[in-house]
Structures are given as structure tokens and as C-alpha cells.
Design a protein around this ligand. Structure first.
Ligand SMILES: [Cu+2]
Length: 463
């Protein structure tokens, strides 16, 4: 069957069955032992719901394979790659493309390159009927034509991205402002806002950059602040390159409509009423969620409990992990989250407010004798926080909507108590209060030390 090579979206394989060694543009060409038949097999494949349909394509060995890929997904763009050099453009929902795979004499696979989609199952098996053993090439027994890494081969030992933590912050480094401004709106306020998804390059540790997936270009996403009974009307606009979504824990809503994934260019409105106090997580809920949250798509909705006394200082810290692709570092080479490592829970860095060790470089501040309230959200996606201030004690601990300790008094009326850690599972939140009577530099950490040493560490400077 003839295919017009000038057709829009056509990608042409650069080699034939006789090319050797393995050509990344003809990854199924094999050793050349099987002669091309001169025939072409053309197959229509649909991309939908994190899979290809059919998921296996069989080709008589020696035939040229041409795939017409149709993206029938209504929410997410997809593509199809067989190597770093042989792949389609990103195909928007409802669009299609044609890819010439070249002569097929060995079996192998293709996949969608959008971050996380391969891990979610977007793999297309190519079976060469009567072909050579997979991976056979003229050069060796290994198919070097496939340049993508195999899921699960990275990250098992932690930081293998070459990511250098603990670099000195540059003179113009600006830490994320952790201050929670006082709440000035009356009860019953309707908060109207727009959150725009933008994929932007941001620092994840001083001197280390990553392409972050964000709400409004920032990590963490904007902190929303209100009272019990307030309503939030949020317009989500997706200016990203893939499908994204939003899930607000602060409101009770049936997920079906408001948490749906919207395609690039899409929008939705999400309205909820905050009927209970808490520091509630919000996040992208598009799969794989481990990657979308780790890429930066998390924020907090602080709904203050009634009667919360004003304090001298209020800070908000969101603890989150960073999963860096190999080579992470320079701004110009910033790459996306490593979805394999996010799925394996093997972070390269753990941060407060998105940047490892940022408050070591730019400490939070307080004065001797001031009451300091620190709200903490364990944004994860995979790990909780055991929040501790070195040298301090908490006389007030509020966790997941209730006081464990309030000015040293517990729920049963026992007095004189103190606490050393606010312990939060993934997505849990709360606050602590403390007063420091001696000037000094008080480190705040997660007392899970492996994570503190990966960057969940800062300084509260008391003068
Ligand atoms: Cu997302």
C-alpha cells in the first residue's frame, strides 16, 4: 500500500532492513539477514485513556510498517515514539499523524513520550512474524536503537541524577515567601480566582533547575486563605502541553466533573464551600498523580479555625519531593520530573516550599519572645513530614482540624504538656506554635533525617 510521504504529520524511517548497526531511525531493521519484502503493512492505532488500541501490531517480517495514529482521547495530547529519533509530533485530542516505522524484522515496542504515559501503560508492541530475535542487529545482540530508558532502572539508590544539593545560593537567589498574611476578609466571603497551568523552569535547589508544572507559574501554588463558610470559585485554565486538572480537599464535591482532566487550552470552573477548618491540600489529579504533584502542582487552602488568635508571625511550609531526570542542573538543560522515580518513591531532594534548603540561604525570621505559628502541609506526593524545630518546643499543636495541645493543655484538661514533632502523613496538614526566648539560629526540619539531609531543612533566625 502506497503512502504519500508528503502527507501532513508523516515521519519517515531513515533506514532499511539492510542498515547496520541499528539505526535509531529504523529500530526494527535487525541485522539485515531478512530481506525486505517490498510490501507495506498499514495499521490504524488509536490513543485513548493511557493505552494504544490495538496494543499489539503484528507485521510479516520484512514488511515496511506504517502506523496511522489517531488520538481519540478528549483530554490529553499523546504521541508515539520508537526511538529518540523516530517519533510523531505531539498529537492533540481529535488529531492524527502517520509514522513510517521502516522495515520490520525484529520485535520491539513504541510508547507515548508524554511524561508518565509510558508508565501508565501507553506501550505499543510490535511483533515481527517470523522475524529475528528481538534486539538482533548487525553490530551486536543488543538493540541500541532504542534510546529511551527502561522504567525502573533508575533511582533505586536515590540521587543518581547528578543533582548537586547544597550548592551556595547565588546573590540574586530569592526564596519563596513563606509568610501567611493576616486574614482580613469577613466570614462568608466568596473568593474568585483563576489558576493557570503553566510549565516553567524553576529552581528546585540552589543552582539546580527543573521544568516545573505549576499553577500560576509558581511552586507551591498560591496559598488560598479563608474562614469556615467561605466559598471559592476557581477558574482553571490549562496553558500546559498536556492534560491537567485540580482537586481541592478543602471542599466536598463529587469528583466526576470538577476534577476532570482538561486538555491544553481547556478550562473549567470549580466551586466549593469550605465547611471545615484545616490546611487543605489541592493538587493536580491527572495520572500519574505521583509525577504531576512532584512536578510542582500542589498548593494549600488555609481555612482558619474559629477563634484563632493573632500571632506575631505566621508561616506556611509545604514539604514536597523532587524527582530529577539524569543530568539535572543547569537552567538551559532543565527537564521534566522523572516519572519512574516519582512512582518508585526515590526522591533526589525534599523541599520546603519547592526548593531544597532555600531557608538555609534565606532564613525565616522572628524576634525573641514572639509567638510564631508555622502551618505545615505534607504535599508529598509520597512522603509525610515529621516537623521539628531544633532547640524549640511546641506548646500548641493543631493537626487535621483539631488541637492535640493548646497552650500546653490537652483535650482531657491535662496541663503543662509540650510537643517536639508535628507528624503528618502524605497530604495531611496542621500548625504548631512556639516562642523562643533566646536569640539564635534554630533549624527546622523533618526529623526523618534522610529527608532533612535531602533538603527539607531551613533556619528560623531569632534576634
Ligand atoms: Cu497535572
Amino acid at each position: 500500500m502506497a503512502v504519500d510521504p508528503s502527507a501532513a504529520g508523516l515521519v519517515t524511517a531513515g533506514g532499511t532492513g539492510t542498515s547496520a548497526p541499528a539505526d535509531p531511525k529504523a529500530p526494527f531493521a535487525g541485522s539485515g539477514a531478512i530481506a525486505p519484502t517490498g510490501a507495506t503493512t498499514t495499521v490504524r492505532v488509536e490513543a485513548r485513556d493511557m493505552s494504544f488500541s490495538p496494543s499489539t501490531v503484528s507485521v510479516p517480517a520484512g514488511n515496511r510498517l506504517v502506523i496511522e495514529l489517531v488520538n481519540v482521547d478528549t483530554k490529553s495530547p499523546h504521541d508515539l515514539a520508537f526511538s529518540g529519533a523516530l517519533k510523531t509530533q505531539r498529537i492533540m485530542p481529535g488529531k492524527s499523524a502517520t509514522i513510517d516505522v521502516g522495515v520490520v524484522t525484529t520485535s520491539g515496542e513504541g510508547w507515548c513520550t508524554i511524561v508518565g504515559h509510558r508508565q501508565m501503560g501507553m506501550v505499543l508492541e510490535i511483533v515481527a512474524e517470523g522475524g529475528e530475535a528481538p534486539g538482533t542487529t548487525a553490530a551486536s545482540g543488543t538493540n541500541t536503537g532504542t534510546s529511551a530508558k527502561t522504567p525502573g532502572t533508575t533511582g533505586a539508590t536515590g540521587n543518581d541524577a547528578g543533582m548537586r544539593l547544597g550548592q551556595k545560593a547565588s546573590a540574586d537567589f530569592r526564596a519563596v515567601d513563606a509568610t501567611l498574611p493576616p486574614l482580613t476578609t469577613p466570614a462568608g466571603t466568596v473568593h474568585t480566582l483563576t489558576l493557570t497551568v503553566e510549565e516553567v523552569v524553576l529552581e528546585v535547589s540552589p543552582g539546580v533547575w527543573q521544568k516545573r508544572w505549576t499553577y500560576n507559574g509558581q511552586v507551591p501554588a498560591p496559598t488560598l486563605h479563608g474562614r469556615v463558610g467561605d466559598t471559592f470559585e476557581v477558574t482553571l485554565v490549562n496553558h500546559g502541553s498536556m492534560g491537567h486538572s485540580i482537586d481541592f480537599h478543602a471542599g466536598e464535591r463529587a469528583p466526576d466533573e470538577v476534577m476532570r482532566t482538561v486538555p491544553p487550552g481547556g478550562t473549567l470552573t470549580y466551586r466549593f464551600t469550605a465547611s471545615r477548618a484545616g490546611i487543605w491540600m489541592y493538587h493536580c489529579s491527572t495520572m500519574p498523580m505521583s509525577a504531576h504533584i512532584a512536578a510542582g502542582m500542589h498548593g494549600a487552602v488555609v481555612i482558619e479555625p474559629d477563634g484563632l488568635a493573632p500571632v506575631a508571625r505566621s508561616y506556611v511550609l509545604e514539604q514536597s519531593e523532587v524527582y530529577a531526570a539524569p543530568g539535572a542542573g543547569a537552567r538551559a538543560e532543565a527537564s521534566d520530573v522523572d516519572a519512574d522515580k516519582a512512582a518508585a518513591n526515590t526522591p533526589d531532594a525534599v523541599t520546603f516550599n519547592g526548593i531544597a534548603n532555600q531557608y538555609d540561604a534565606r532564613p525565616l525570621t522572628a524576634r525573641v519572645g514572639e509567638r510564631v505559628r508555622i502551618w505545615v502541609l505534607a504535599a508529598g506526593p509520597n512522603r509525610g513530614s515529621d516537623f521539628h524545630v531544633v532547640g524549640g518546643q511546641f506548646d500548641t499543636v493543631w493537626s487535621e482540624g483539631g488541637y492535640l495541645l493548646r497552650a500546653g493543655t490537652d483535650a482531657f484538661g491535662s496541663t503543662g504538656g509540650g510537643a517536639q514533632v508535628l507528624s503528618l502523613g502524605a497530604a495531611q496538614g496542621g500548625f504548631i506554635e512556639l516562642t523562643l526566648t533566646e536569640p539564635g539560629n534554630y533549624p527546622f526540619v523533618t526529623h526523618a533525617m534522610a529527608d532533612a539531609e535531602k533538603g527539607a531543612h531551613g533556619i528560623l533566625e531569632v534576634r
